[in-house]
Structure formats: C-alpha cells, structure tokens
Design a protein around this ligand. Structure first.
Ligand code: ADP
Ligand code: ASP
Ligand code: MG
Length: 409
C-alpha cells in the first residue's frame, strides 16, 4: 500500500466522459489498497477561455481579480471528479487550494507555494476517502486567492506530495512520458525511461512544457519521486531521478525548443564601461526578464553592437524602453525581431564529451539554417534561429544525434 499524489491535466479531464475515465482509474488504485490524493487542472481550454473573457473587458486586468477568475476553472473539475468517484462507490471529497491551506506569497498570477497544512487531507485519508484538490491555486496570508502561473497544477501536485511524504507523485497527461523531444514535432521521438532532475529542469526551462519548471525544482529540492504517465494508456512512463552511476549517461537526453522568443539589437553603442548596465538596467526596472545576451567586440574601438532576447510577450515593451535609453546613449540604431525561436540540446553526458557543439552547428549549416545567437552551459547548448526553421532544425538535430526510437521488430 502506497500513498500516491496523482495529477490529471486539462486534456485528461476535458469532458464528462474523460472525467469518468479518470475516476475509474483512481478507483483501481484505491481497490489495490493505495491512498490517493488527486490534483486536477481546469478542463482543457478553460483557462484560456477565462483569460479571453478578462481581456475582452480590460487590456490590463487587475492581477488579484484575475486570480479570482482563473481559480474557478479548477474548482469546476474538483467537484465533477468527486461526483464521478462517489458515483462509483468511492468516497471522495473536493477542496479548493485555500481550503487545504496551500499558502503562497502574494505575487498574483505567479505565486510561489510557501507551505501546506496537510492535516485535513490526512484526516480524510484515514477515513478512507480520496481527496481531490484544485491545482494551480493557493491563498496568501491575507486570504486572497492566488494562482501559480500556467501549468501550475504540476507544482501543486509535487508540493502536496512533499508535504504528505507521498511515495510517488504521478503526473498523468496526454503523452506516456517525457520524450527526447515534443512528439508533436518529431513523431518518432523516443520515450525516456528515466531523466535526471537536472536535465528535466533544463528541458522545462528551455521550453518543454510537459512539466512546469517549478514542479521540477520543488521535486528535486524535496526529493519527491516524480513520474510522468499517460492518462489514456498503461505503461511505466518516465521517472525523474537523481543522477547515479548505473545510468548510462546518454550524450544528449533531449531537445527542447521555445517559440516565445524575441530579440533586440542595439547597433553602434559607444563602447565604454557600463554599457550593459545602462542598456539593461531600465529593462530590468520594467520587470522584463532578459535571457541571452551578446556584446560584440568593437572593431573600430569606438562603438559596439549589443543583442539580447526577451519573452515575446514583453517584446514591444522592451523595444520601447531600449529605444529610449539607446537614444540617450547616442547609439546608431535599434533593431528587433520577434520571429525567432530557441533550440537547445540537453544532456548530462555533455559534461564529458567535446564536439557536440560542432556537430550541432554542422547539422544546422547543412540544412541552410543560420544561427543568430549561441549560449552554452555544462549540460546544454542553445541556439537562436529564425522561427521558420523550428521544425526542420529540431528534426535534423534529432536525426543527427540518433535520438529516435529503434525500429519495431
Ligand atoms: P497537461 O494538460 O496534462 O498538463 P501539457 O500540455 O501541459 O499537459 O503537457 C503535455 C504536452 O507536453 C504534450 O502533449 C507534448 O506535446 C508536450 N511536450 C513538450 N515537450 C515534450 C517532451 N519532451 N516530452 C513529452 N511531451 C512534451
Ligand atoms: N489550468 C492552468 C493552466 O492551464 C493550470 C494547469 O493546467 O496546470 O495553465
Ligand atoms: Mg501542463
């Protein structure tokens, strides 16, 4: 008998029929003698629909009210799933985030979980109930409803698993595990049996939205056994674990990509100490996160070019801020491009192997794909390329590093 925290994403609970199927699955675990705490997302498309309603009313909806609105999506699902479980003779009880004291800071729309009081849940489990908790939401010290950022139900599940010391946190979704890359882009991508926290964190940070970044951080920090599985078919899924000697360290575990990128270049900036600070200070002050940064050599010894990337949603705002500063600094020109994407290779095996970057660059060159920016760390290499090359680039790299599933038979 185990204590399991099971999370079902939006597609998995996207219709009454699917909710019935989820209830049937949970009941199987119960019948096996496991204790189950369930975390659910809003039904698929619901969070987007709610955001659309808010935008129809206001260009910049107040974040506090946004959270009141968005949290309703998950509240619908917990009630429906509990009904479906009870119908099957499986005692179940639903709770919103605040009812089980998922305490967060007050950063509306991107709140962080600070603590969970598991006593109410533990009492219900003792009484033989399945506890169904709304994902993605919490409450701050003042009693305001908060939400945890897109994909936040993953983090609710991991945080509950940590608080309750669950035996495993199981993330049920519409794919049967973590793949070498998004199977929607490379249909013959391969499911990974295991991936390290470190690699999964990079994959998530670099754009693989199969798990929210914070859920991976949390699981790594509190040593929560985490598994990604399919809601629709049986199988072992993918276990996210610490690195150990027995793992054959694949050179490359996966390829991540991010479509939400934009870049800004300032040309002909006077090359003096403090340029980066002068240009990026006001960007940071406007609460815009900067990712990659490249400052060129100054061939004429007098002026230099400076390029950086931001989230595509922040592009217009960042451009405005930079134009102002660049004008004051006497830069020649500001140019921008929001039709770029980032492709990244991730793998702990990279630490001990040279030559991966050159294979990557050669592969892209052979496809006629121009690399706009490069950034590397111990276990990843990222390049920025034009948006139109995303699929071609990912597939070419997947082939070049032989990440595909072996042919059947
Ligand atoms: P849920 O609604 O269950 O939270 P998400 O849409 O957030 O599901 O995450 C699952 C999706 O993540 C998959 O449908 C897949 O397209 C995408 N994905 C991106 N990268 C990967 C990857 N490396 N492995 C598996 N799925 C991935
Ligand atoms: N419903 C929220 C979203 O769509 C949270 C989640 O699904 O994890 O982002
Ligand atoms: Mg998700």
């Amino acid at each position: 008998m185990a204590l399991l925290v099971q999370k079902f994403g939006g597609t998995s609970v996207g219709s009454p029929e699917r909710i019935e199927a989820v209830a049937a699955k949970i009941k199987q675990y119960r019948d096996n003698g496991d204790d189950v705490v369930v975390v659910v997302s809003a039904m698929s498309g619901e969070t987007d629909r709610l955001i659309g309603l808010a935008r129809a009313l206001s260009e910049a909806p107040p974040p506090r009210e946004m959270d009141v609105l968005l949290s309703t999506g998950e509240q619908v699902t917990i009630a429906l799933l509990s009904m479906a479980l009870q119908k099957r003779g499986c005692p179940a009880k639903s709770y919103t985030g605040s009812q089980v004291h998922i305490l967060t800071d007050n950063a509306h729309c991107k709140a962080r979980i600070q603590g969970i009081d598991g006593s109410r849940i533990q009492q219900d489990l003792k009484e033989g109930k399945v506890v169904v908790v709304a994902g993605f939401q919490g409450v701050d010290e003042q009693g305001n409803i908060t939400t945890l950022g897109r994909g936040g139900s993953d983090t609710t599940a991991v945080a509950l698993a940590a608080a309750l010391k669950a035996d495993e946190c199981q993330i049920f979704t519409d794919v049967d595990g973590v793949y070498t890359t998004d199977p929607r882009v490379v249909p013959h991508a391969r499911r990974l049996e295991r991936i390290t926290f470190e690699e999964m964190l990079e994959m998530a940070s670099l754009g693989s939205k199969v798990l929210q970044i914070r859920s991976v951080e949390f699981a790594g920090k509190y040593n929560v056994p985490l598994r990604v599985l399919s809601s629709f078919q049986e199988g072992p899924g993918t276990l996210i674990t610490y690195e150990d000697e027995t793992m054959e360290n694949a050179l490359i575990s996966g390829i991540a990509f991010n479509r939400d990128e934009a870049k800004i270049t300032v040309l002909g900036v006077p090359d003096q100490p403090g340029v980066a600070h002068k240009l990026l200070g006001p960007v940071a002050a406007a609460n815009i996160e900067v990712d990659m940064i490249v400052q060129n050599m100054a061939p004429d010894g007098a002026t230099t070019d400076f390029t950086f990337t931001v989230h595509r949603n922040d592009y217009e705002r960042a451009l405005e801020v930079v134009r102002r500063t660049a004008g004051e600094m006497g830069a020649r020109e500001v140019a921008g491009d929001d039709k770029i994407v980032k492709l990244s290779l991730v793998g702990v095996g990279m630490r001990s192997h040279a030559g991966i970057a050159s294979t990557m660059f050669e592969t892209l060159a052979n496809e006629g794909i121009n690399i706009r920016m490069i950034s590397t760390s111990e276990i990843k290499i990222s390049v920025v390329v034009d948006e139109k090359y995303l699929e071609l680039g990912v597939r070419a790299l997947h082939d070049a590093f032989q990440l595909e599933a072996p042919a059947a038979g």
